[in-house]
Design a binder for this molecule. Structure first.
Ligand code: KG4
Ligand code: ZN
Length: 333
């Protein structure tokens, strides 16, 4: 029996999970609400909150999984990419835990882990498959050839998809993080009410900064012409913006699937929780004859279950690291 402890601390979620023989038994996530009043994640505060949260989160994950800490076979942690001060907390904890129990240490790339969340539940995608990873910091089209063999086909040239949601929310006067709120308001809005531009970026790369500027000018102009416009049309604006972000993502996904000739297609990362993207992918999958893979909501945004499952596959391969391992703010696939 292989019991793996997974630790995630790359941004503003402190999370710990237990995986037993490839099945997730617990996944504890401590959200940091302290950043809301600053309109974004404050790195120093995130790091301090991780320090406060990490031991209770790990203790709870062990308790909920009904295992004994002496039976844990290995500890997997997020090495990067992310905020260095945040990553340091998870990395140091994982090292100390592994050292104290004389068990192996496993380093995990956070962006690979988002994709490997698809191996938590059945059915799982078959290699090679295509994954669109969309989070607060990244937008990547990835050809997944094996658990840890991934080829980056395209990525954003400026803002990430999650940033496009969050920055739009800020323009619309919504609190941080605005992605989930835009999703909620969009549900009873008319997506055809307003049209926002689709950037013409060649190949499989993305760009979202032009869209952000277009939304800013649109809102300013409308408010000037009709004061109170935004309040009156908030739901329609959210639905129209969301529909454009989703169409930008899905158009590139379609192009990538054609280019590499695969029919198993997945989405991952925080923005894969977006209902417009989820529904859009299902419809596109039916049209294109794809098998589509969409993570459960709790495995879209940052969580340690994805670190633990990735750790399990490295454990099987005997892929361990020494205690001189350091976290990486930038860490390519
Ligand atoms: O993967 P994640 O939890 O953290 C990073 O690794 O960045 O992604 C967070 C991002 C944020 O930008 C958040 O606004 C966005 O995911 N997000 C959403 C939704 N839920 C989370 N964006 C749109 N609709 C949602 N339902
Ligand atoms: Zn993430």
């Amino acid at each position: 029996m292989a019991i793996i402890l997974g630790i995630e601390s790359s941004c503003d979620e402190t999370s710990a999970a237990i995986c037993i023989d490839g099945k997730i038994r617990s996944n504890v996530i401590a959200n940091q609400t302290i950043h809301e009043k600053f309109g974004g994640v404050v790195p120093e505060l995130a790091s301090r909150a991780h320090q406060q949260n990490i031991i209770p989160a790990v203790a709870q994950a062990i308790r909920e999984a009904k295992v004994h800490k002496n039976d844990i076979a290995a500890v997997a942690f997020t090495r990067g990419p992310g905020l260095l001060g945040s990553l340091l907390v998870g990395t140091s904890f994982a090292k100390a835990f592994a050292l104290a129990r004389s068990i192996p240490l496993i380093e995990i790339n956070h962006m690979q882990a988002h994709i490997l969340a698809h191996f938590i539940d059945d059915p799982t995608p078959a290699f090679p498959f295509l994954c669109l990873t969309v989070s607060g910091g990244h937008t990547q089209l990835v050809l997944v050839k094996d658990y840890f063999e991934m080829e980056l086909l395209g990525q954003t040239l400026d803002d990430a998809a999650g940033e496009a949601f969050d920055k739009t929310a800020k323009i619309l006067g919504l609190p941080y993080p605005g992605g989930p709120l835009i999703d909620r308001y969009a549900r009873d809005g008319n997506a055809d009410a307003f049209t926002f531009p689709e950037p013409q970026i060649p190949g499989l790369n993305f760009s979202f900064s032009g869209l952000k500027t277009a939304i800013l000018y649109f809102v300013r102009q409308k408010e000037q012409e009709q004061p109170g416009f935004l309040q009156k049309h908030l739901h329609d604006v959210c639905a129209s913006v969301q529909s454009r972000i989703v169409s930008i993502l899905l158009n590139k996904l379609k192009r990538a699937a054609k280019a590499v000739g695969v029919s198993d297609v997945a989405i991952a990362g925080g923005v894969s929780a977006n209902s417009g993207l989820r529904d859009g992918l299902i419809a596109l999958g039916e049209e294109q004859g794809w098998r589509v893979f969409i993570p459960r909501f709790e495995f879209c945004t940052d969580n340690a279950a994805m670190i633990a499952i990735a750790g399990y596959h490295k454990y099987l391969a005997g892929d361990f690291v020494g205690h001189d391992v350091a976290p990486l703010a930038r860490y390519s696939l």
